[in-house]
Design a protein around this ligand. Structure first.
Ligand SMILES: N[C@@H](CCC(=O)N[C@@H](CS)C(=O)NCC(=O)O)C(=O)O
Length: 291
């Protein structure tokens, strides 16, 4: 009873197709912590409304609210969930241990890959996308995300003029938001970096699986698995699963199949896929109505 009371009032603000928010959802589900979801549509600029920028001055999603405290950034959220909320299991090995360091390094590696540039590049250079009809994040979807993203920079400037009391937040947001507009050379570098991440994960998983283990670090599920799973899932939506599914990364392939069978992962990942697909269909249908 005490732990239920402890966890009461966890609300997660997510964007329906949000990549980073899925990390937080997987963490809460894995630890069996109940939470409420609140959808923020970036396509409607909801993340730039005054109430939301007061919650997170970076105007980014996800945000988790617990006991009136707002925590932003998926990594901070995962750490908070593990250390401050009562739940089953642990997302991180003991702080300072060699395995904890490996999880941290793996998170850094995945976060060194900027998804915004990949989406922008898929819009600008579709010939580099190996699967032409990948699913929810096809070329039309990337085009929309790219356009909304640019529109959000303009909108933040407009909001700075309308809300003098929040001017600094909006001006910082519009000046610091990356353009997601890679040159072709930058995009090629990004794709090489992607290959490098898959190769690294493959060799880590090979040594795990050779020792009869499944996970990316050690013998337990960790935040490292959350990062890797969401990464693989989203890259599949974008049409890059053949980068590691074409028989050249068999350990990664096996890992993904097995991890998706874990009950806490399958529920969240299936819901993510369904939400992203519904979002795509509803935007397409709204655009058709406008015509
Ligand atoms: N480092 C952040 C990145 C969060 C992020 O970029 N979220 C995207 C949605 S998936 C967002 O809020 N985009 C809107 C914007 O940057 O204006 C995290 O790990 O949570």
């Amino acid at each position: 009873m005490e732990s239920e009371a402890e966890n009461q009032g966890v609300t997660l603000y997510i964007n329906p197709i949000g990549y980073y928010a899925v990390r937080a959802m997987l963490a809460l589900e894995f630890k069996n912590i109940p939470f409420n979801l609140c959808f923020i549509k970036t396509t409607n600029m909801e993340h730039l409304q005054p109430w939301f920028v007061k919650l997170n001055p970076h105007a980014k999603i996800p945000v988790m609210v617990h006991r009136k405290r707002a925590i932003s950034d998926s990594r901070q959220i995962l750490e908070y969930i593990d250390s401050e909320l009562q739940g089953s299991g642990k997302l991180y090995p003991e702080k300072g241990s060699a395995e904890w360091k490996r999880v941290q390094d793996f998170q850094d590696l995945i976060d060194s890959f900027y998804m915004g540039d990949l989406v922008g590049g898929c819009y600008k250079y579709p010939a580099y996308v190996p699967e032409p009809d990948p699913g929810p994040m096809d070329h039309d979807a990337c085009t929309r995300v790219y356009k909304y993203h640019n529109e959000s920079i303009r909108y933040a400037k407009e909001m700075a003029a309308k809300h003098p009391e929040l001017k600094e937040i909006y001006e910082t947001k519009s000046s610091k938001t990356p353009l997601c507009n890679p040159t072709e050379d930058d995009f090629q570098d990004l794709l090489r970096h992607l290959q490098g991440i898959f190769d690294f994960a493959e060799s880590e998983l090979k040594s795990s699986q050779d020792r009869g283990r499944l996970y990316i670090v050690g013998d337990k599920f960790s935040a490292g698995d959350i990062y890797l799973l969401v990464f693989l899932k989203f890259l599949g939506f974008l049409g890059f699963s053949s980068y590691w599914r074409s028989g050249n990364h068999p350990f990664l392939e096996r890992y993904f199949e097995e991890m998706q069978k874990l009950p806490s992962c399958s529920k969240i990942l299936n819901d993510y896929e369904a939400r992203t697909t519904v979002q795509k269909k509803s935007v397409v249908s709204a655009e058709q109505h406008k015509m």
